[in-house]
Design a protein around this ligand. Structure first.
Ligand code: UT7
Length: 319
């Protein structure tokens, strides 16, 4: 994982917009978030992958595929995956960027797993990396307090021991959500111009209340559905690993699944919403703290722009 060093705490936001620490903590659970001062999404992805390769002792030359989940690519093209590939020296890899906002890591994880299942690819890297501060309007108190920068990566490999690995996924999109959460400027619909800049169309737009309502229901329902489908009860699940957008959405999801707070991975207080990075960031921190053990059943769940949402059921395979 990689989280930039610069911290923006709630006190900082009190100095730039009309807000306060009490409001932010009680409504979101966020206390601080990180900001990448120099560098782009690919630089954070590279640092996360270097950490991953050091941990797994994998040579970059053995990587087959790199999937970068992001909504803040360095550029429209080439893909961030190409920039990452060159920087880490993954000389035989191919790859691509995947855009599914806060569900990006889940969509990329299922895509990567499907590539491994073909039998053709043995080492697939899935990295969630987002430099949200690059598209955040720091005069908009509704949104600027929510987002931060980070990257985190996982390595997918084949196994013949079917007790472990990715066991099921439920993934959905619904474009009816396009007006509630988006960045309108810069694409083919609204190419960059003085007007798009003046209208702040290169920043995140979010109708927080509208998204909140569907996110609470969407994430809780999908997590419950995957448990039902796989005959899992609360006690069978070691951890819920939810996208970190709002602590209240996380709490509602855990409640619906019938699992206690201790079994929910949370680090939103320290990183805020890092979009595609939130889930692998949680996985890495909990794994490194010795809290995730081989054989643990995890339910990953996310909801985000699009709308996109989903859940993945997996059994942790690392010692
Ligand atoms: O990750 C992708 C998906 N995104 C999400 O899941 C985010 C979903 N939405 C949310 O998390 C929440 O809706 C927010 C955290 C964005 C907002 O929380 P809320 O409880 O829905 O607040 P609200 O929008 O209903 O606003 C309540 C009040 C408003 O004032 P009035 O209109 O009642 O007078 C806002 O203007 O709070 C005000 N407000 C603030 N006050 C202090 C909004 N932002 C702030 C702020 N500080 N930063």
């Amino acid at each position: 994982m990689y989280a930039p060093e610069k911290i923006l705490d709630n006190k900082y936001f009190e100095s730039i917009v009309d807000t306060n620490d009490e409001w932010i903590v009680s409504r979101t659970g966020i206390r601080e978030r990180r900001m990448m001062e120099n560098g782009a999404t690919s630089d954070m992805a590279v640092k996360a992958i270097e950490d991953l390769l050091a941990t797994t002792k994998v040579d970059p030359k053995d990587i087959d595929v790199i999937i970068v989940a992001t909504v803040t690519p360095d550029m429209f093209f080439p893909a961030t995956a190409c920039l990452v590939q060159e920087k880490i020296g993954a000389t035989k890899a191919w790859g691509f960027d995947l855009s599914a906002a806060c569900s990006g890591f889940l969509f990329a994880l299922q895509t990567g797993a499907s590539l491994v299942e073909t039998g053709k690819y043995k080492k697939v890297i899935v990295v969630g990396s987002d430099k949200m501060t690059a598209i955040t309007d720091y005069t908009d108190r509704n949104n600027c307090i929510l987002f931060g920068d980070a990257a985190s990566a996982v390595l997918l490999e084949p196994t013949e021991d079917f007790r472990y690995g990715i066991k099921d996924s439920l993934l959905y999109i619904d474009g009816a959500g396009k007006d509630s959460l988006n960045m309108k400027g810069g694409g083919s619909l609204n190419p960059p111009s003085h007007e798009t800049v003046d209208k702040k169309m290169h920043y995140i737009y979010q109708d927080g209340k509208a998204v909140f309502k569907v996110a609470v229901k969407g994430m809780a329902d999908i997590s419950y559905e995957i448990m039902q489908k796989n005959n899992l009860k609360g006690e069978d699940v070691a951890y819920l690993v939810p996208h970190q957008a709002n602590l209240r959405i996380i709490d509602a999801t855990a409640q619906r699944m019938g699992i206690s707070k201790e079994k929910v991975m949370v680090n939103i207080d320290r990183y805020g919403n890092t979009t595609a990075a939130t889930i692998p960031l949680c996985l890495t921190e909990y794994y490194r703290a010795g809290k995730v053990k081989k054989g643990d059943n995890l339910i990953l769940a996310a909801f985000g722009a699009g709308y996109t949402w989903g859940s993945i059921y997996l059994t942790w395979s690392m010692d």
